[in-house]
Design a protein around this ligand. Structure first.
Ligand SMILES: C[S@@+](CC[C@H](N)C(=O)[O-])C[C@H]1O[C@@H](n2cnc3c(N)ncnc32)[C@H](O)[C@@H]1O
Length: 304
């Protein structure tokens, strides 16, 4: 189960910078008090009316099911699988490589105790509620997200005018859409079909002709070598970091830029191993404040 550290009452000095919107560089950030909440708690706070249930798990895509071992709380998933054999059959049919994991899990953990199934169901579906929101209500994800990415976080590092930009793990395309007014071509790479459809519909509705929505992963971008000037991720890196960094080096032109906005919902990221790995791969880092969150921005220029 993932946990998120939310900072309460952070004492932050916020000098203004010459950029539009709410982006502010943070020169000093001292955490006054830190509380740890589960990822499920955070999602419940964000989507109080979602009412996710076990039926929503039939919406999961193959790549999401493959991530269950790292995402789902084991005893609760096992209890749900014992209670709903059809769900287990569905998960295996959609993602055969999960079969062994599910077999071991249900051997290690039995059914829910009497009267305990509802609590297991609730814990499980709330832990996975971001996936459920992507599938059921992309517009809700866009509206109730924890961070409002400001394009200035990118344009302070690299001018986008006339450039080709990839937004990998684009979600509902918040960065891709705002970049499309500056860049010549924007490729929004996103593995979840519902989110791709949402972006395509929105681009059609707004008459945006330079934004192209692609099925793919950060570790496998369906674009040629050296085809982008800039690659951006916003809370969308680290599933398979080694492969992702190689793919970034492949797809971005030499002298181009890779930039990652990380950190939300946690403000206490100084010991985040992801950031450590990016630093050791030649990234530079700074920090800015977005509402109650402190966000890490990591960027590097791809060497010639
Ligand atoms: C936290 S959301 C961020 C979405 C968007 N960048 C934003 O900030 O609004 C993470 C996104 O990455 C997508 N994703 C999941 N696995 C991925 C992968 N391996 N490579 C790229 N994107 C992935 C998810 O479907 C989701 O849309």
């Amino acid at each position: 189960m993932r946990t998120a550290a939310l900072v309460a009452g952070a004492d932050v000095t916020v000098p203004p910078v010459d950029s539009p919107g709410s982006l502010r560089l943070v020169r000093s950030c001292r955490q006054a008090q830190e509380v740890t909440v589960t990822y499920a708690n955070l999602l419940q706070e964000l989507y109080p009316d979602l009412a996710p249930d076990v039926g929503d798990l039939y919406l999961l895509e193959e790549h999401q099911i493959a991530e269950l071992p790292g995402r789902a709380p084991g005893p609760e998933l096992a209890a749900v699988l014992h209670a709903y054999p059809d769900l287990r059959a569905f998960l295996v049919a959609r993602c055969p490589r999960i079969e062994e994991f599910l077999a071991e899990l249900t051997a290690d953990h039995g059914p829910a105790e009497e009267g305990g199934l509802a609590a297991c169901e609730s814990a499980l579906v709330w832990e996975l509620a971001d996936w459920i929101v992507y599938q059921r209500a992309p517009e809700l994800y866009e509206r109730r997200t924890v961070v409002d990415w400001d394009l200035a976080a990118v344009t302070e590092v690299v001018d986008l005018e006339g450039k080709t930009l990839i937004d990998a793990g684009a979600g509902t395309g918040r960065v891709a859409f705002s970049a499309s007014s500056l860049a010549s071509h924007v490729y929004a790479v996103e593995p979840v079909a519902t989110l791709r459809r949402y972006m395509r519909d929105k681009a059609n509705r707004l008459g945006i002709e330079n934004l192209f929505v692609l099925d793919g992963f950060l570790r496998a971008i369906p674009l040629p070598t050296a085809s982008a000037d800039v690659l951006v991720t916003c809370q969308a890196i680290g599933w398979d970091l080694g492969a992702e960094l190689s793919e970034i080096d492949r797809v971005v032109k030499s002298d181009g830029f890779a930039l990652h906005l990380c950190g939300a919902p946690s403000a206490a990221q100084t010991d985040n191993p992801l950031l450590g790995s990016l630093m050791s791969h030649g990234y530079r880092q700074d920090t800015y404040r977005d509402g109650r969150l402190v966000i890490q921005r990591c960027w590097k220029q791809i060497p010639k």
